[in-house]
Design a protein around this ligand. Structure first.
Ligand code: ATP
Length: 342
């Protein structure tokens, strides 16, 4: 389903929870709504679902305005983090639920449920009750139940939040593949950047009620439009006075410029080591953290602290050591948050 949202606003009392949000989503895409807690992600999802009315703005499905269409008539499936299964019903009956209330003929229900049981890897579990399943299996039942009535849009609110890390990782890949196979337009809410990057075709960054940026994970990482996006997706250090980084004495060397430096664009080395280019800064190592596959080094340059990675094969650095520092690339933002250069 093709979705278009124009100038959506929502207040809760005096509180402006969703501010002028507009976007379009292509049919079949998987979109991640990403942002900090309280930013408005769930409110946007609930308005798409028809569970909440926008104050102003338009929601179009296939070009038709659906603002006044009731939730059950919008052709959507929902999976919420706490969207509990019916405890007294078997897996089969849970999945069949949406079809049963639509009075679909029994044989047809059976066929569709068995298709979904197969698709979600739940064969053999049809007769179990929710308490006889693991968290991951329960969530798969929730997906199957949402998909049973063949919705055209699937809305997922933190679908993996209640599941432990290892299973969550498996479910992400599973979900991506499932959605590709079914070919259904889907939107999921998450506050986990890694999850959004791994799963989504496109990410929408939502902060304080606003849509800060929409793009593929790579675009968002590579071309962040605001300091918020740059710090929320990928690691970066904020330098409030960019002019102080010698290598970047920019023509717009205004004290008010803010710079964001990603660790992967910073290189440090001992004096006998060769860096990719001649280093323009001197720095002092402050902390060295072991990160599993590499070191994370915190280095002091003037009054700024930058982070960088260092390969395990290289000589181990220790706090207090003097190093050369090479900054390959920074993002510059002006006062009102617009990105002006890199
Ligand atoms: P989270 O990740 O914590 O779920 P979110 O980005 O989904 O956050 P929303 O749940 O959309 O954010 O909430 C946005 C803001 O609106 C929050 O400050 C929240 O307290 C407020 N809010 C949401 N629903 C209501 C409501 N029914 N009444 C009053 N305030 C609400």
């Amino acid at each position: 389903m093709h979705i278009e949202v124009n100038n959506l606003n929502k207040h809760f009392g005096q509180f402006h929870a969703v501010k002028d949000v507009s976007f379009k989503i292509e049919k079949g895409h998987l979109i991640g709504l990403l942002g900090p807690s309280g930013g408005g992600k769930t409110s946007i999802l609930r308005m798409l679902a028809g569970l909440e009315n926008p104050d102003t703005g338009e929601i179009r499905f296939h070009g038709e305005v659906v603002n006044h269409v009731r939730p059950q008539e919008r052709g959507i499936g929902v999976v919420f983090q706490n969207y509990a299964l019916f405890k007294h019903m078997t897996v089969f009956d849970n999945i069949a639920f949406g079809l049963t209330i639509k009075k679909t003929p029994k044989a047809q229900i059976r066929q569709r449920v068995m298709e979904l049981v197969e698709l979600t890897g739940l064969s053999g579990f049809e007769k179990r009750y929710p308490h006889q399943l693991s968290g991951g299996q329960r969530q798969r039942v929730a997906f199957a139940r949402a998909l049973a009535p063949e919705p055209q849009l699937l809305l997922l609110d933190e679908p993996f939040a209640a599941i432990d890390a290892k299973i969550r990782q498996e479910l992400r890949t599973w979900l991506r593949e499932l959605i590709e196979r079914v070919g259904i337009t889907s939107i999921f809410v998450t506050h986990d950047q890694e999850e959004a990057i791994e799963v989504a075709d496109e990410i929408m960054i939502i902060n304080q009620g606003r849509l800060e940026q929409k793009g593929t994970p790579w675009e968002i990482y590579k071309q962040p439009k605001t300091p918020f996006v740059a710090t929320f997706v990928g690691e970066s250090t904020v330098v409030d006075q960019a002019g102080e980084l010698k290598g970047f004495a920019h023509s717009r060397n205004d004290a008010s410029l803010k710079a964001l430096v990603r660790p992967e664009y910073v290189e440090v080395g001992l004096d006998h080591e060769i860096l990719l280019d001649s280093a323009s800064e001197r720095g002092r190592v402050r902390h060295v953290h072991f990160r599993g596959s590499q070191w994370m080094v915190e280095v002091e340059v003037g009054r700024h602290r930058l982070m960088t990675y260092r390969s395990l094969e290289k000589e181990t650095l220790s706090p207090g050591q003097d190093v050369k520092v090479l900054i390959h690339r920074i993002f510059l933002f002006n006062d009102d948050g617009g990105r002006i250069a890199e």
